[in-house]
Design a protein around this ligand. Structure first.
Ligand code: FAD
Length: 334
């Protein structure tokens, strides 16, 4: 499948999302690719419930709320998101455009690329289960995007950290049944959450399947029917389940970016701070992945970097137009 756009943004973290807004204000369209199932980068994947205090004009904002606001700010420009797929290859075409290819076999032609890839591609740590890929996206998930997707379902949640416990608690009123599988009887989560979990277990609203670990999946056409679990004495239990939510943390990897021929310095992409262009014309980098002298790795820095990059890209996308600077208060959000 091949599509065309002005800019491909690699990474849907805060800097990628704000790049969509800045590009949109200059009438440039974006497709955004991320290896995670949900947008938000580190904010969503690592600390959604933590308050951030150093975003200008927001004395305190939850990381998840910041992402919702950035998504809303980008929405008027209709970005196309390609989630759950990693950008693997970038190639330059004879007419100086680029083709960006993803692990889902999507090919996107564009005039410029903005790499907003943080510390590299995040991916969920997948449990080592046979035939796992047959169920992924259909009944095995590594994130919850919409609670309603789990309404009246029998859900097995696997993992012992904050994500597993928080979602077990959070989905109690939505799901038909929740079974929380962990290889120990102690959970590595915030003390408040541990107390809440024990209360819900006592009220038989959550079944604690401990100490067990995942052993196998059975079902048909990607629809899960049972999750089997095993304990240290090789006792196996078969849990009737419609879906499995596995929370075993995230792996980070600079991955294919290291092989795109860009100048790198200690796993970061070297850019010209005046334009945010990398060593390759037409390819830009912003946010945590971009480096230059005295770089501050902060969200607020990345916002200015996105603006700088998009203003430089304007001349690539519209080579025949003269750029006239206008404040957003004058031109509005069109
Ligand atoms: P990221 O948020 O890392 O997003 C990059 C995205 O790119 C990821 O989703 C990744 O999956 C994707 N990606 C990478 N490679 C590929 C590929 N090849 N194909 C597809 N997708 C790819 N900053 C502050 O300013 N203030 C704070 O208070 C603050 N607190 C923090 C607290 C914690 C616990 C942590 C971990 C970080 C904190 N930070 C804070 C740092 C802040 O989160 C980062 O600076 C910010 O997330 C960087 O944004 P980004 O968009 O550049 O990258």
């Amino acid at each position: 499948m091949t599509v065309a756009t002005d800019i491909v943004v690699i990474g849907a973290g805060p800097s990628g999302l704000f790049t969509v807004f800045q590009a949109g204000m200059l009438k440039m369209r974006c497709h955004v690719i991320d290896s995670l199932q949900i947008i938000g980068g580190q904010c969503t994947a690592l600390y959604p419930e933590k308050p951030i205090y150093d975003i200008p004009a927001h004395p305190k904002v939850l990381a998840s709320e910041l992402i919702e606001l950035l998504e809303a700010q980008a929405n008027p420009f209709h970005p196309v998101y390609h989630l759950n797929q990693q950008v693997q290859k970038i190639s330059q075409n004879n007419d100086a455009t680029f083709t960006v290819s993803t692990s889902a076999n999507k090919h996107i032609n564009c005039k410029a690329i903005v790499i907003a890839a943080g510390c590299g591609a995040f991916g969920p740590n997948r449990p080592p289960l046979e035939n796992l890929h047959l169920y992924e996206q259909k009944s095995v998930f590594y994130a919850v995007r919409n609670k309603a997707d789990f309404a009246n379902k029998n859900i097995v949640i696997a993992g012992g950290g904050d994500s597993a416990v928080d979602w077990a608690i959070n989905l109690v009123d939505t799901a038909k049944k929740i079974m929380l599988v962990h290889r120990r009887d102690k959970f590595r989560c915030a003390p408040d959450s541990a107390d809440k979990l024990q209360q819900l277990a006592k009220q038989q609203k959550i079944e604690l399947v401990v100490p067990y670990q995942l052993h196998g999946l059975t079902g048909c056409d990607g629809n899960l029917e049972q999750v089997s679990v095993i304990d240290f004495n090789n006792n196996i239990r078969h849990l009737d389940a419609d879906c499995l939510l596995a929370f075993f943390g995230l792996a980070m990897d600079l991955g294919p970016i290291a092989h795109w021929g860009l100048n790198l310095n200690k796993n970061h992409i070297v850019v010209n701070q005046a334009t945010m262009q990398t060593s390759q014309a037409g390819i830009y980098a912003v946010g945590d992945i971009a480096t230059y002298s005295h770089k501050l790795k902060l969200i607020l820095t990345s916002f200015a970097e996105s603006a700088t990059a998009c203003h430089d890209i304007f001349k690539i996308v519209f080579p025949d137009q003269v750029f006239h600077f206008e404040y957003s208060t004058s031109k509005g959000v069109a």
